[in-house]
Design a binder for this molecule. Structure first.
Ligand SMILES: NC(=O)C1=CN([C@@H]2O[C@H](COP(=O)(O)OP(=O)(O)OC[C@H]3O[C@@H](n4cnc5c(N)ncnc54)[C@H](OP(=O)(O)O)[C@@H]3O)[C@@H](O)[C@H]2O)[C@@H](O)CC1
Ligand SMILES: [K+]
Length: 323
C-alpha cells in the first residue's frame, strides 16, 4: 500500500467521504480510532499495572480520548481521563463519546484554574500519558491551560507519552509548533501520517510514528483524486529498484558520466560517482580537470577517468571538443 502524508484538508475530505458517501458514521470512526490507540497503549505498556492518564480536550481529538479511556478501563487498566476543557463545548461525535463515558460512570477528573497542582501530581504519578488534547484542528497560538499543561508534560522524565493522531500543538500541514507542542515518545496517526510529521519542528515532537486503519478506505485517494506526497517506505523503495538479472554484469547496468570539479572543489564529482555506483550503475566515468585527476583517481580506483584540458584549475573551452 502506498503511504501518503496527509494534510488537514485531505483528512477532512476522506473522513467526510466515508461518512456521507460510504455511510459509516463519525461515531463509528471515532470508536475505531480509540480502539486502535488503546491497543497501542497496551502494547507499549512498561509494567504490568501501569497508571494511565488520558488528557482530553473538547474537540474530536478529545472524543478519541474518551473512547481510549473506556477501552482501557474495560480491559482492566487503571485509567483516568483528565478533561482540560469546558464540557459545555463538547459537540457532535465527541459529545456522544463523552456522554457514553459519563453514563458508564467511568473515572474522570475536570481541570479548572486552581487545580494545576493536582494535575501535576496526577501526571507525575502516571506511567503512560495519552495526549488527546488537540489534533488536526489546532488553530492559532496555544491558549491556556493547554500551553501550561504541555510545558509541564514536556518536563516529565521517563514516561511513555503517546500522542493521538498528532502531538497537541503541532500543525498537521506545516509541522510548525506554535509556541510549543507535546514531545511524544510515540504518535499513532489515523489513516496516514500527517505532512507536519516530516516538516519544520515535526520530527522533534512526534517520536516514533505509526499509522493505523480506522475503516476509512484508502481507495478514496483515487475516488477524490487527492494529491498528496508519498512517504518513502521500504516497500516503495523495493518497488522502484529494478530487478537485476542473475547473469548481469557491469555492462548491463548502465554507464554514468560525471562531469565536474575544479581545483578547489574536488569532492562533489567524487561523491556523485560513488553514489552512482552505490545506487547500481555498472560503470562510472569521472571527467575532471586534468590537474585534479591524480588526486581523484587515487580516491576512487573503481571508476574510469577522463582528464580534460583546464585553465586555472577549471575546465577550459577546449574541454568541449573532447566531450
Ligand atoms: N469524524 C472525524 O472527523 C474523525 C476525527 N478524528 C479526530 O478528530 C481530530 C480533529 O478534530 P477537530 O477537527 O474537532 O479538532 P481538534 O484537533 O480536536 O481541535 C479542536 C479543539 O481544539 C481547541 N483548539 C484549537 N486551537 C486551539 C489553540 N490554539 N489553543 C487551545 N485550544 C485550541 C478547540 O477549541 P475552540 O477553538 O473550539 O475553543 C477545540 O476544542 C483528529 O485529529 C482526530 O484525532 C478521529 O476521531 C477519526 C474520526
Ligand atoms: K493529540
Amino acid at each position: 500500500m502506498t503511504m501518503f502524508a496527509a494534510g488537514r484538508k485531505e483528512m477532512q475530505l476522506m473522513d467526510q467521504y466515508t461518512m456521507d458517501v460510504i455511510g459509516l458514521p463519525g461515531v463509528v470512526l471515532m470508536e475505531n480510532a480509540g480502539t486502535k490507540i488503546a491497543e497501542e497503549v497496551i502494547a507499549s505498556s512498561p509494567c504490568e499495572n501501569p497508571r494511565i492518564i488520558v488528557l482530553a480536550g473538547a474537540g474530536n481529538n478529545g472524543g478519541d480520548g474518551f473512547v481510549i479511556a473506556r477501552k482501557l478501563y474495560d480491559s482492566g487498566y487503571d485509567c483516568v481521563v483528565c478533561f482540560i476543557a469546558d464540557p459545555n463545548k463538547m459537540k457532535g461525535d465527541a459529545k456522544v463519546h463523552f456522554d457514553v463515558y459519563n453514563k458508564r460512570g467511568l473515572p474522570i477528573w475536570y481541570f479548572h484554574n486552581n487545580s494545576s497542582r493536582k494535575l501535576h501530581n496526577l501526571l507525575s504519578e502516571a506511567d503512560i500519558i495519552v495526549d488527546a488534547m488537540l489534533g488536526t484542528g489546532v488553530n492559532g497560538p496555544l491558549r491556556e491551560p493547554v500551553s501550561e499543561i504541555i510545558s509541564f508534560v514536556n518536563r516529565l522524565k521517563s514516561k511513555i507519552i503517546m500522542s493521538v493522531d498528532i502531538p497537541s500543538g503541532l500543525n498537521s500541514d506545516t509541522g510548525k509548533a506554535v509556541g510549543m507542542a507535546v514531545k511524544a515518545s510515540k504518535t499513532v496517526s489515523f489513516v496516514y501520517p500527517k505532512k507536519g510529521f516530516f516538516l519544520l519542528d515535526g520530527p522533534k515532537y512526534i517520536g516514533e510514528w505509526k499509522a493505523v486503519d480506522i475503516s476509512v478506505p484508502t481507495s478514496i485517494v483515487e475516488n477524490l483524486d487527492l494529491q498528496m506526497p508519498k512517504v518513502i517506505t521500504e516497500p516503495l523503495v523495493k518497488d522502484v529498484i529494478p530487478k537485476r538479472p542473475i547473469d548481469g554484469h557491469k555492462g548491463t547496468f548502465g554507464h554514468v558520466l560525471v562531469l565536474g570539479g575544479s581545483r578547489p572543489y574536488v569532492g562533489a564529482p567524487l561523491f556523485t560517482a560513488k553514489s552512482s555506483l552505490l545506487s547500481g550503475a555498472g560503470l562510472v566515468t569521472l571527467a575532471v580537470p586534468e590537474s585534479i585527476y591524480p588526486m581523484a583517481a587515487s580516491q576512487m580506483p573503481q571508476a574510469l577517468f577522463f582528464p580534460l584540458p583546464e585553465k586555472n584549475g577549471q575546465f577550459s573551452e577546449h574541454s568541449l571538443d573532447e566531450i
